[in-house]
Every structure is written in structure tokens, then in C-alpha cells.
Ligand binder design. Sequence first.
Ligand SMILES: O=P(O)(O)O[C@@H]1[C@@H](OP(=O)(O)O)[C@H](OP(=O)(O)O)[C@H](O)[C@H](OP(=O)(O)O)[C@H]1OP(=O)(O)O
Ligand SMILES: Nc1ncnc2c1ncn2[C@@H]1O[C@H](COP(=O)(O)OP(=O)(O)O)[C@@H](O)[C@H]1O
Ligand SMILES: [Mg+2]
Ligand SMILES: [Mg+2]
Length: 330
Amino acid sequence: MRLNGEVSHKEEEEEGEKENGNLLPQKVVVVGYALTSKKKKSFMQPKFEVLARKKGIVFIAIDLNKPLSDQGPFDVVLHKMSGKEWCEVIEDYKQKHPEVTVLDPPDAIRHLHNRQSMLQNVADLDLSDCHGKVCVPRQMVIKKDPLSIPDEVFEAGLKLPLVAKPLVVDGTAKSHELFLAYDRFSLSKLEPPLVLQEFVNHGGVLFKIYIVGEAIKVVKRFSLPNVSKCELANVGVHSFPRVSSATASADDADLDPSIAELPPQPLLERLSRELRSRLGLQLFNIDMIREHGTRDVFYVIDINYFPGYGKMPGYEHIFTDFLLNLAPAT
Ligand SMILES: O=P(O)(O)O[C@@H]1[C@@H](OP(=O)(O)O)[C@H](OP(=O)(O)O)[C@H](O)[C@H](OP(=O)(O)O)[C@H]1OP(=O)(O)O
Ligand SMILES: Nc1ncnc2c1ncn2[C@@H]1O[C@H](COP(=O)(O)OP(=O)(O)O)[C@@H](O)[C@H]1O
Ligand SMILES: [Mg+2]
Ligand SMILES: [Mg+2]
């Protein structure tokens, strides 16, 4: 980390001095960021930027049209850009600048771009001593032939209804187009590659667990309602909207406590710690649901890299503290 004064950011420092009661931030952390314009808008909110400046964090937008090594110098590089070319730029930069903390390694991020590999680490976990059980829904991958789906589903013994999800998550709207399938024959209408996942009744509430390094924040969101016994007689594949990404949180709603009670803290801590280390990532969130009718059986259904932190309550403080506490790379 740079000591205060090594980089000239006079305005920021003066503001920090004023607002900190004449105390200068002890160090200046220079953070280069490469984010889509959508992400920049939701993440770089004015309140966040002001707080960061006060604490001695300077954000610099990376110009993708210029060599990365000619920009900076940075203490930290934050990025969420897709594409092979960008990954190569970052890998090359990491090698040439081992002193810079790059969040996060492209290889580790890539693991979350596939809905099968993203859940593998959860499936391998055993958290039985942690006040609850964390599972992943039974699922299978359909790589190519849609006509083979009915037989493959039958052979795998998957229970209907199934959620059909595009296998690859690449940031496009299409990769978030999901379907609920009530019968196995209608699934042949869908376009592989797909993941077919058993639907788990969970009372329409989802827990979003945000991870920022060691910090964890969990919020409730609305989700799909239970599928009743009589609905099991339905047929067809039905697309459904992105219920859980709505900004309206379910935190203040008057919900049945047996459905909306937050998962136990020790379970969340252990799950987050394990996934952080197994995935090799510091910035992600986990979508988790509680199996309806149970108190402590949970399913992880989705993991997202660098999610919408702007929607996480208190993200300004959590994120700035995280950036300040990052150990300098040696
Ligand atoms: O747009 P936001 O702020 O809702 O964030 C999206 C996330 O929403 P969440 O924070 O979990 O509610 C969203 O999470 P979900 O997949 O909706 O659970 C994704 O992480 C999405 O990124 P991508 O399209 O998969 O690359 C995220 O989109 P990007 O902002 O990264 O484009
Ligand atoms: N196996 C499942 N059982 C019940 N509901 C599910 C399941 N999978 C997904 N959902 C619902 O669909 C929503 C979107 O699925 P998700 O896997 O999180 O995809 P995305 O990456 O597009 O957010 C979830 O937030 C949840 O409401
Ligand atoms: Mg999700
Ligand atoms: Mg997702």
C-alpha cells in the first residue's frame, strides 16, 4: 500500500482532512477498476465514492483501449469483464505486477460461469456440525440433443418439476432465461446446453448471502412460490421472470417466520469461509433456499461473481473496510 503523500491526490486528501476532524487518512489505496457501464452505475454510487475518498481510497477507471501496465500504479485491481482477451490481459498483468492485488483470478471466476461447476464445491462440503445441512438440488447437464432429454431425465430419476437453466452464465439476459418444466416431454422444446435442476419448494423466500472477503451480509428476497400437489399435474415449460433480482427486498415483509427466519449464523460463516477458500474468490454471493417444512435443510442454487453489491445494505462501509484491510501483495 502506498503511504499518504506518495501519490498526489490533493483534493481527496483535503476533503479527508476536513471530514475526518483534521485527521488525514493513514494511507492511500489506489484501486483500478474495469466494470461494465451497468456495473459501474450500480457499484460506484456517489455515497460510496465520497466515503471511499474520505478513507483514502482513490478509484481510477481502467481504459480498456490502453495497456494496463501504462496505467496506475494500482494497489488493487477490481474487475468484472468477460472475454478471453481480457482474461489474458489480467493474467499477464498479475505476472508482471505481483505486488498488485487482483480481485479475483480469472480462472477462479470462470468456475462460476458454468452452472454445473459453480455448485461442485458445495456438493463436496460436509457442514453437518454447523446447525444445519447445506445441499445442492439434484441436477443433470444436457449438452446437445434436446430430443434425448425425456429419456435422460427418466434414466437419471430426476423428480419433476424441473428448473431448466442455461448452462453458461455469461452476463447476457439469455443466460438468465429460466424455465419451469412440469413434464419431461416438453423439455425437448428447450435449447441445450442446459442444466436441469429439481425444483425445491421453499415458501417463496430466498436468502442472498453476500461475501466481501471475510465479511458476510445476508438479505431476504422474494422467490418462486411453492408448487402445490395439484400443480404437479400441469404440463409444459413455463418461462419465469427474475423474481429475486428485484430491488424490493423481502426483509421488511410480514412473512411466516418458519420460512423467513435467517439461516443460522455459524452455518453461514462456515459455508462462506469454505467457499471462499475452495473457490479462491473474495467477491461473490450465494443464493440459498430453505426446504419448505424444514428448519435447517438448505439448498444452494446459484453463486454469482461480483454481484450487485449496490443492493447490499451498508456496502459502502463493508467494501471500503475490505479494500483498506487487504494485505499488500508481496
Ligand atoms: O445487476 P445487478 O446489480 O442486479 O447484479 C446482478 C446479480 O444480481 P444480485 O446482486 O445477485 O441480485 C445477478 O445475480 P443473480 O444471477 O440474479 O442471482 C448476477 O450476478 C448478475 O451478473 P451476471 O449477469 O450473471 O454477470 C449481476 O449483474 P451485473 O451487475 O454484474 O451485470
Ligand atoms: N432448484 C430450484 N428450486 C426452486 N427455485 C429455484 C431453483 N433454482 C432457481 N430457482 C428460482 O429461480 C431464480 C433464478 O435462479 P438462479 O439459479 O438463481 O439463476 P440466476 O443466475 O439467473 O439468478 C432463483 O432466485 C429462485 O427464485
Ligand atoms: Mg440467482
Ligand atoms: Mg446467477
